[in-house]
Design a binder for this molecule. Sequence first.
Ligand code: NAD
Length: 312
Amino acid sequence: MKIAIAGSGAMGSRFGLMLQKSGEDVLLIDGWQAHIEAILSNGLKANFNGEEVSVNIPIVHQEEVHLDKKYDLIILFTKAMQLDKMMTDIKGIIDENTQVLCLLNGIGHEDTIEKYVPLENIYLGNTMWTAGLEGPGVAKLFGNGSIELQNLGVGQEENAKKIAEVLSNAGLNASFSENIRLSIYNKACVNGTMNGLCTLLDVNMATLGNTRTALYMCRSIVNEFAAVAKFEGVALDIPAIMEKIKSCFDPLTIGLHFPSMHQDLMRNNRLTEIDFINGAISRKGRKYGIVTPYCDFLTELVHAKEDILKAE
Ligand code: NAD
């Protein structure tokens, strides 16, 4: 299968590497020049579950994609705020047979993708894989994960299952979901509590969990997600989500980790995906006439922190 990965940072590198290894014809597309040059010069280097690997994998700048080549599948892995520009840059390689799978974190990306791709070719997914970048062209790929995905278009279930099969053949452990929006909302609730709060307070999840107000703040945020989700036909199980959130506080499992937003902003001085997590709930809340004061304020505070730190 001809597969393009649009957004080839940490996660795109993982997927590109694993899919190419399984025999797929993979192209990485990215916008970070230093990363592209490193991969063109030295291949993609990765510590892959403890083994140092270096693979030759084609990569092209998103503004220089060859418009005459079409792809069977495009996997979107930009950061959320980079998605619209990526879609504009690559729209020429998308034709009526190109299926587009979105695996970004956050809510509502289909609104952006639908501007460029017919609904019947769009697939939404949610992944539990993780990945990191040590620098341009160098990835750190540890652990296991999974993917759930579903078609947005009516009658495209078989195609969704075929995409899951291709991903699973590469060891990516993908399955068809009957309700991908529920999975996306469930994950967004964890990100929508841990990411913003740990970033603003500059603490790991265990330290957040030890504060007097953590549970109340998390519950208030999750209530807003649930109120908005209900308007979208998604019924969130609030007690189950709160249990999941509490499990993140455990220092014996993942509590000592800093969420990705903390790493992006506090360590790497990069802009965050807050507009597509809590900010998406604020926008949808306004649309449905629901007040979302916790998500509004959290989004504003994170943007203020981005400004103070001059994040890019
Ligand atoms: P990433 O930041 O590694 O890459 C995204 C884009 O940013 C790429 O185009 C990359 O080249 C560019 N980039 C990365 N570092 C840069 C730098 N220092 N300067 C300039 N450009 C830079 O993002 P990711 O972690 O691959 O995440 C992609 C999507 O997947 C996001 O929506 C994220 O929330 C989601 N996600 C990530 C993980 C994870 O473990 N990393 C897990 C699940 C979902």
